[in-house]
Design a protein around this ligand. Structure first.
Ligand code: HEC
Ligand code: HEC
Ligand code: HEC
Ligand code: HEC
Ligand code: HEC
Ligand code: HEC
Ligand code: HEC
Ligand code: HEC
Length: 452
């Protein structure tokens, strides 16, 4: 009612018209104007230039949904300078600059070219122009299944039989794929080591089933249950509508398979399930780590384990390595702009990836936004390993400390956690007292202190 075109332009020259403002806020860091160097300051002191929508903004229907079919189609029915020029804010309608359709003096003809119904992906229609690559119907719809793993005891070289199929269930030859990399690690109680192998050169394929034999043996010391997963990438050229050149390549990946293998256990014991990727994807739509190839949280932990860090990518000049333990990393990333400490991980190619600007769109006390339930966010009882946190106030940290200080990263809390951590005579492993006050049912239980 208030945020209409009648709202006066702000002191910083911005529109408060709802469709302009809401689009621009969520495009924040990726607005053409911001990328060109002008921050998006709606009114003095209110700067949205660091906002990153946690999924592809071309998913118009994440916001444009409605019980009424007519209302739900508004986003594609009424193109206009205000609504479209909000995200596309480098278009000059008077001169036609940055608009392949040229000058447009008003909204009268927009829908002639940007029609509401798509003929082909990436045509000029509103839905077509905003096709998201990972949703393209031109993709294969890859599915990967590990059928069996034999010779997988400590000291042996595992033989993996697997199948990659398209959406019609037709088996595909994986040898020409761009990436085919198996990772085998364990134990599932808390991962601490893994081997990763490129399977491309020696995979065989009999027309239905592919077979890969590991080059390296399972460590003789392997215990309990281990897990096998795979990274797969296939480049798919995507045809563009309206006669545009087909120059878009997309790298398609199936969900990473997760296959548990008993080493010394009688039967395989899967890792405990703490979070649910479907909950992550309420915000992320389709979370894809490492360029989009890693899609399953049960696969992240094999590498993002308590002893893992970014030392392989971090330059010596950038100091001690940062822990990439999943609980610490995901808690720190989403605490983002509320963090006291710096949280920067060095990624592929030695690139610094800072997370202190992340704005979490919700209340972090709602643990079940990511966790399967509040139970898996309680002081952990299943965790076995301490977490190496060389850049924090102290290291190593017990498993509960690493989880809680993922969000509560101040020096005071570190001190509180440290004095509640004992080193029993003869042991170098920290023993945590957290449960006496913070466990389920205790006075300061996790669900009690995070109640909203
Ligand atoms: C972050 C949420 C959000 C996303 C994502 C989003 N919109 Fe919107 N959009 C809005 C809001 C809010 C309005 C104004 C609603 C109102 O006036 O009731 C709006 C209005 C519009 C309008 C104006 C309709 C009219 O009747 O004037 C169009 C057109 C539109 N959006 C197109 C799109 C397109 C195309 C996309 C995807 C590329 C998109 N929107 C993505 C929130 C969003
Ligand atoms: C919520 C933000 C948002 C809104 C609103 C929006 N777009 Fe887009 N649009 C995008 C993004 C993101 C892309 C991907 C390419 C890019 O980054 O410019 C895109 C791509 C396009 C493309 C393809 C351009 C190319 O270079 O391939 C066209 C055409 C287009 N939009 C037209 C429109 C029209 C018409 C409207 C109004 C109905 C509109 N957009 C509204 C975000 C938006
Ligand atoms: C004569 C046809 C025509 C008309 C009329 C027209 N456009 Fe376009 N517009 C195009 C074409 C062609 C493109 C480029 C499409 C592409 O790259 O996929 C384009 C691209 C766009 C884009 C994306 C720009 C980018 O970032 O690449 C937006 C936004 C847009 N038009 C909005 C509008 C609006 C709003 C109107 C009405 C005020 C309008 N157009 C009228 C043909 C037209
Ligand atoms: C309430 C919404 C929300 C939920 C739920 C959520 N995230 Fe996020 N996440 C965000 C926002 C916002 C960002 C920052 C946007 C950005 O930089 O891409 C972000 C950033 C990230 C990043 C860093 C950026 C990147 O793409 O690498 C990772 C990794 C991540 N989230 C993983 C997860 C995982 C795993 C879960 C579930 C266990 C999860 N998120 C649940 C909102 C959410
Ligand atoms: C095969 C091992 C492996 C798997 C599986 C893996 N990662 Fe990573 N990841 C790493 C390593 C190692 C680093 C540290 C920097 C480096 O060496 O690239 C890292 C760094 C990161 C970073 C920070 C740097 C950046 O580029 O953004 C994020 C975010 C991340 N991983 C998210 C994930 C998520 C989420 C998953 C599961 C969906 C996952 N990773 C699965 C090994 C892995
Ligand atoms: C943005 C997503 C997200 C939110 C919100 C979140 N967590 Fe977590 N949490 C994770 C991830 C990811 C892990 C590691 C999962 C794994 O190892 O499989 C984790 C692990 C944990 C663990 C370790 C459990 C174990 O068995 O090792 C605890 C404890 C924990 N979180 C507590 C909390 C509490 C308390 C809250 C709410 C105040 C919370 N988390 C909110 C993502 C989140
Ligand atoms: C996902 C982030 C997250 C995790 C993980 C998390 N907390 Fe919190 N916690 C919060 C937030 C947010 C508040 C509200 C106060 C604030 O902003 O600091 C809070 C509040 C509290 C409070 C109330 C004190 C106060 O300052 O209001 C206690 C006690 C607490 N947490 C203990 C824990 C313990 C113990 C753990 C580990 C088992 C934990 N938290 C894990 C986010 C988290
Ligand atoms: C003797 C009881 C006791 C023990 C043991 C204990 N805590 Fe606490 N903790 C508290 C109390 C009391 C508070 C403050 C509660 C409040 O403000 O509501 C607190 C607060 C916290 C907070 C929130 C601090 C903040 O304000 O941001 C965290 C995180 C936390 N504890 C983690 C831990 C961890 C990790 C351990 C184990 C290493 C631990 N605690 C052991 C009693 C305890």
């Amino acid at each position: 009612m208030c945020h209409t075109s009648q709202m006066p332009i702000t002191a910083t020259g911005e529109s408060l018209n709802f469709k302009v403002m809401v689009h621009k806020i969520h495009d924040g860091a990726n607005l053409p104007s911001v990328l060109a160097g002008t921050p998006y300051v709606v009114s003095p002191g209110v700067d949205y230039s660091t906002v990153v929508f946690p999924q592809d903004l071309r998913n118009c229907q994440t916001c444009h949904a409605s019980a009424s079919a007519t209302d739900a189609a508004i986003w594609r029915m009424f193109p206009g300078q205000a609504a479209c020029g909000s995200c596309h804010d480098n278009i000059n309608w008077t001169t036609g600059a940055n608009h392949a359709g040229g000058q447009q003096i008003n909204d009268a003809s927009c829908a002639n070219c940007h029609d509401p119904v798509q003929d082909a992906e990436w045509d000029a229609s509103v839905p077509g122009a905003h096709t998201v690559e990972y949703k393209s119907t031109q993709l294969y719809g890859l599915v990967m299944n590990i059928l069996s793993v034999t010779q997988a005891k400590p000291g042996q070289k595992p033989v993996v039989k697997y199948q990659i199929t398209d959406r019609n269930g037709k088996s595909m030859d994986p040898r020409p794929f761009d990436t085919l990399r198996f990772t085998l690690g364990g134990p599932t109680t808390d991962y601490s080591s893994y081997v990763s192998e490129n399977a491309q050169a020696t995979t065989t394929w009999d027309g239905t089933t592919a077979t890969y034999t590991f080059q390296s043996a399972v460590p003789a010391t392997a215990k309990n249950t281990w897990m096998l997963t795979c990274d797969v990438e296939l480049t798919v050229p995507l045809k563009q509508g309206d006669g545009k050149p087909d120059n878009t390549n997309f790298t398609e990946s199936p969900l990473n398979p997760i296959f548990y293998i008993a080493m010394t256990d009688a039967t395989a014991v899967p890792r405990r399930t703490i979070v649910d990727i479907a909950k992550c994807n309420v915000c992320h739509d389709r979370f894809g780590g490492h360029g989009g190839q890693r899609l399953v949280t049960q696969g992240c932990v094999i590498c993002h384990n308590p002893v893992a860090d970014d030392s392989s990518q971090r330059p010596a000049s950038a100091g001690k390595p940062e822990s990439i333990d999943l609980r610490r990393m995901i808690h720190r990333i989403h605490t983002g702009d509320q963090l006291v400490q710096d949280y920067t991980v060095y990624g592929h190619g030695g690139r610094a990836v800072p997370f202190n600007q992340v704005a979490f769109p919700g209340d972090r006390r709602d643990c079940a936004k990511c966790h399967t339930s509040i139970t898996t966010a309680e002081v952990p009882t299943g965790a076995t390993l301490n977490v190496v946190t060389q850049r924090d106030f102290f290291s190593p940290q017990g498993p509960a400390t690493a989880a809680c200080t993922g969000c509560h990263d101040s020096r005071d809390v570190a001190a509180h956690a440290l004095i509640n951590t004992a080193y029993f005579p003869g042991s170098t492993a920290p023993a945590e007292a957290c449960g006496t006050c913070h466990s389920t049912g205790a006075t300061y239980a996790v669900d009690v202190v995070h109640a909203r």
